[in-house]
Unconditional design. Structure first.
Length: 313
């Protein structure tokens, strides 16, 4: 994996990728070789005013399986032609191209987003849409992943995209372990809103965190909207509104996503029959689990287990 940097480079966006893919962690396997490159190797200016020494040039992209563009400053400024050519060549060779925050402008300039959905920091979505009308800008989501190309919203959403890619590459359990090391929640859906719809911050007594923790511990039980609302001391309508404002999803969609996550971990880490996995995560039957699993991930529980089973052993 190679991070393609520009001048001046924003350290936080780079750190998102470096922390997820380039950090060695005790007790966890390391699946990535993380490197940096830029058009002209040497001291690279940063937005902090302190230069970063980058030793590799664009030739580093020739052997990368993933290229990350962690922001681009000023946003929308033209990327050098050799940079765009290198990205196009890498993508044509089968390399996955990923952007964090304003790095989406570079992917768009390279033509990699034409005819596709993409996102960037909410404050730059209008600019991205105006400069690149050939792509569809999604202003609300945290990230968009097409498999070969992925874009994320503002800086923090870059971490969400990185964790998503870890899940896709090496399974939910591994990504969850990395998230715990980073002291982060294990997963936020890409469709979650970039920021709460309500302009004012929620009061402490409006936080959904206690309810989410309570529900997460009871995934094997039958939980309805009325159950969640009663636990929160709210009407079903008010609870649904708060889910939309704070999480960008409905209670039912959030609960289903958590159950699929729990099923993924059990498939990776145990040899329980699919029927038992379904019961443990509250999906009732193997048939229902298979249907929900395929709709969410495009594969079957059995195929998923064969791919990711015991990856942490």
């Amino acid at each position: 994996m190679v991070a393609l940097l520009g001048a001046p480079q924003a350290p936080f966006e780079l750190a998102c990728a470096a922390e997820a893919f380039g950090t060695q962690r005790a007790g966890l396997p390391s699946y990535y070789e993380f490197a940096l490159c830029t058009e002209t190797p040497g001291p690279l200016p940063t937005t902090l005013g302190v230069p970063l020494l980058v030793e590799d040039g664009l030739e580093a992209l020739e052997h990368a399986d993933t290229v990350v563009v962690p922001g681009w400053h000023p946003p929308g400024s033209p990327a050098p032609a050799p940079v765009l050519d290198a990205l196009r060549t890498a993508h044509a060779r089968g390399t996955r191209i990923v952007s964090i925050c304003t790095g989406a402008f570079v992917l768009a300039q390279a033509g990699l987003l034409d005819g596709r959905r993409a996102t960037t920091h909410w404050g730059r979505t209008a600019q991205l849409a105006a400069q690149h009308p050939a792509l569809e800008v999604d202003r609300d989501v945290l990230y968009v992943d097409h498999g070969d190309v992925a874009t994320s919203a503002g800086s923090g959403a870059g971490i969400d995209l990185c964790l998503h890619l870890l899940r896709r590459d090496h399974g939910a359990a591994y990504a969850g372990q990395v998230a715990r090391h980073m002291v982060l929640p294990p997963h936020r859906e890409g469709s979650q809103l970039q920021y709460a719809a309500a302009p004012a911050p929620a009061r402490a007594d409006e936080s959904l965190a206690p309810l989410l923790d309570w529900a997460q511990e009871r995934l094997g039980e039958r939980l309805t909207l009325d159950d969640l609302a009663a636990r929160a001391g709210l009407s079903g309508r008010t609870l649904s509104r708060r889910f939309t404002e704070q999480l960008g999803t409905s209670p039912g969609q959030w609960l289903l996503a958590r159950r699929i996550d729990a099923a993924r971990a059990l498939l990776e880490q145990t040899d329980l029959p699919v029927e038992a996995v379904a019961a443990r995560v509250g999906l009732a039957s193997a048939v229902n689990l298979r249907r929900r699993f395929h709709a969410a991930l495009g594969t079957t529980p059995g195929a998923y287990r064969r791919t990711f089973g015991e990856r942490l052993n």
